[in-house]
Design a protein. Structure first.
Length: 185
């Protein structure tokens, strides 16, 4: 029987967005398709983003289940998307480790994520550029290896409040995470 792959959930917006500090238009779907997803899959994880969830019922239930239970989460915060920042906060509240933040080099970083270690890249706009894509993939693959191996605390909550223990989620969330839509991927 083949070993089930670990799951990486990607927090990010969709479509084209404007970087609030540089004014550059970024194609988030290209970033996902050409940088994040290939890096995750080369690291032998299943990769899923909220718009890929094929499930009936409320999307939020699936999304929160993945957010809390995924073996790894990559949060793309380059465009300061409020939903992505909120979801990153939820992840950091329930999991002490296994979260990677992808952000742009240079420019203003939100104070609430500015202290976290991040994978930095140089967005070139809608055209990602072959060199930048390749370099960013290498960085993400290396980070995934390190995060998966070391399990070092990357949540500010668990770093600053040593006595806090991760929550134990109800069994229904564990079952929901491995529902039929995920197993199709």
């Amino acid at each position: 029987m083949e070993k089930e792959k670990q799951i990486c959930f990607v927090i990010m917006g969709f479509g084209k967005k404007t970087d609030p500090t540089s004014g550059i238009i970024l194609d988030l779907d290209k970033v996902y398709k050409n940088i994040i997803k290939p890096s995750v899959e080369k690291s032998e994880f299943k990769c899923v983003r909220a718009n890929e969830i094929e499930d009936s019922g409320l999307m939020d239930k699936s999304m929160y289940s993945l957010l809390m239970q995924a073996d790894l989460v990559i949060a793309y915060v380059t465009t300061n998307n409020a939903n992505a920042i909120y979801e990153l906060g939820v992840r950091e509240a329930v999991r002490p480790y296994s979260t990677i933040i992808l952000n742009k080099k240079n420019g203003k970083t939100r104070f609430d994520v500015g202290e976290n270690r991040m994978c930095m890249y140089s967005p070139l706009g809608e055209d990602l550029g072959d060199n930048e894509t390749e370099q960013c993939q290498k960085k993400i693959i290396q980070l995934i290896k390190n995060v998966n191996k070391n399990r070092a605390i990357d949540s500010p909550l668990y770093e600053f409040i040593k006595e806090i223990k991760p929550i134990k989620l109800p069994k229904e969330y564990k079952q929901y995470l491995f529902s039929s839509w995920l197993n199709k991927k």
